[in-house]
Design a protein around this ligand. Structure first.
Ligand SMILES: Cc1cc2nc3c(=O)[nH]c(=O)nc-3n(C[C@H](O)[C@H](O)[C@H](O)COP(=O)(O)OP(=O)(O)OC[C@H]3O[C@@H](n4cnc5c(N)ncnc54)[C@H](O)[C@@H]3O)c2cc1C
Length: 395
């Protein structure tokens, strides 16, 4: 995504006096090769760590045969306690012709850039890939089953994202029922009750990622699942099998890398020392790497009002941020949802350049108990896009 974001910005270089920028093109095979190289280098480093710590690693697929025993590719093992960290896997919807579609796991290995891509699913993964490919020149159509793409987004942020999708040349259809994928990768669907067909070189299945625990044969260990994930308490301990803990996507709470990194040490601590550490997701920043990106923490305006909170909103367009102006990145908005009277910050939603970084400033402020006017009164570095958050708090 970041390569294509750079390309998109660079193509606008003409506005800054950079000649030839509008003719820049993407070398798709080179982009994929670089991605493979980065992944390989990072994995290599991670692979070596257990060995350095004297932890034996057994490579293979594990399956429980009883509460304390498992078989790994024909070899039997037993242990007093277990931590499950088997991640998630892409869902394959039960539609005729689903085998003609690909998931994000395959898309990131495509050797050629598809000319036309239909994305089934308007959630975060579908939108991230949709935006990236659209800006890279693919004709992208996103088919979303419900009335809204990315339903967890703040409504105004979604509107800005939809405008950006239009600029990128994407087509977004909502209230879609996909009936199947026909030969030639034609997606057959009903849109608002009317039959429509969507031609594609590739069909991306982006309909969620269920936890990947079932292949472990969890029932043999007495492990209960909740929508495919291990049902855990705040100590990450299985509710039904107390000698088992689960982390990351296998525990199913939030599917983000930092969650897995955060939960791993907590589960390890609780396994070894008893249940001493609880997980805390009370302040949880997250980002969507669309182009432009979105960062959010806390409640949306709709959620705050739904909870009966006297919520007020403060917002500022990137247009009014000098750093954004100098960088020619004026599309975007910072929106703050706060409590009337107390100024308590309830949620912060950012769309635009650096949104994923800016929202972290808000997360720290919320965690530290600072209210809107306190953040608004702070000194900050000028000119910075991050300054937009302080200006919005002050407004
Ligand atoms: C396309 C895409 C984009 C994403 N982008 C972001 C992002 O921008 N930011 C972010 O924070 N998160 C992102 N995520 C989510 C993030 O990748 C996951 O939340 C994270 O990797 C979960 O970590 P994990 O350790 O739980 O599982 P994983 O990283 O999936 O690791 C699970 C491991 O378990 C192994 N395994 C599975 N079954 C068995 C078995 N039976 N026996 C032995 N081993 C087994 C697997 O081989 C794998 O190595 C993205 C995910 C996808 C698919």
């Amino acid at each position: 995504m970041s390569t294509i974001e750079l390309l998109t910005r660079a193509r606008r270089g003409k506005d800054l006096g950079i000649m030839g920028a509008e003719n820049l093109a993407l070398d798709w095979p080179a982009v994929i090769a670089r991605k493979d190289d980065i992944v390989a280098r990072w994995s290599k480093g991670k692979d070596a760590t257990p060995g350095k710590l004297g932890i034996p690693v057994l490579r293979g697929h594990g399956q429980f045969t009883s509460p304390h025993e498992l078989v790994v590719d024909g070899r039997n093992f037993s242990a007093d306690k277990f931590v499950i960290a088997t991640g998630s896997k892409p869902a394959r919807p039960a539609i005729p012709g689903v085998e003609l579609g690909i998931t994000s796991d395959e898309l990131i290995h495509l050797k050629t850039q598809p000319g036309e891509l239909v994305v089934i699913g308007g959630g975060f993964i579908g939108l991230e890939f949709g935006f990236a490919l659209a800006w890279a020149g693919t004709k992208v159509t996103v088919l979303q089953s419900g009335p809204r793409i990315a339903p967890a987004l703040d409504d105004e942020i979604r509107e800005i994202l939809l405008n950006a999708a239009g600029e990128a040349g994407m087509t977004i259809k909502t209230n879609v029922k996909v009936n199947g994928i026909a030969a030639g990768k034609n997606v057959e669907a009903e849109v608002g009750g009317r039959a429509e067909k969507f031609a594609a070189d590739e069909v991306l299945l982006a309909t969620g990622r269920p936890s990947n625990v079932e292949p472990l044969n969890p029932s043999a260990a007495g492990i209960e699942l909740d929508r495919g994930a291990v049902k855990v308490n705040e100590y990450l301990q299985s509710i039904s099998a107390p000698h088992v803990y689960a982390v990351g996507d296998a525990a199913g709470k939030h599917q983000h890398s930092p969650v897995a990194w955060y939960e791993g040490p907590i589960a390890a601590h609780n396994v070894l020392k008893g249940n001493e550490q609880k997980v805390d997701f009370s302040v949880f920043p997250s980002a969507i790497f669309t182009i432009p990106a979105i960062g959010q923490v806390g409640l949306t305006e709709r959620e705050a009002l739904g909870r009966g909170i006297e919520a007020k909103v403060s917002k500022l367009s990137y247009d009014s941020n000098p750093a954004a102006g100098v960088r020619n990145e004026t599309e975007g908005m910072v929106k703050i949802v706060y409590e009337e009277g107390t100024d308590r910050i309830l949620g912060v939603h950012v769309i635009g350049a650096r949104a994923e970084d800016i929202v972290q400033i808000a997360a720290v402020a919320i965690k530290g108990g600072l209210n809107k006017s306190e953040v608004g009164a702070m000194h900050y570095v000028f000119p910075t896009i991050g300054g937009a958050i302080f200006d919005t708090m002050a407004s």
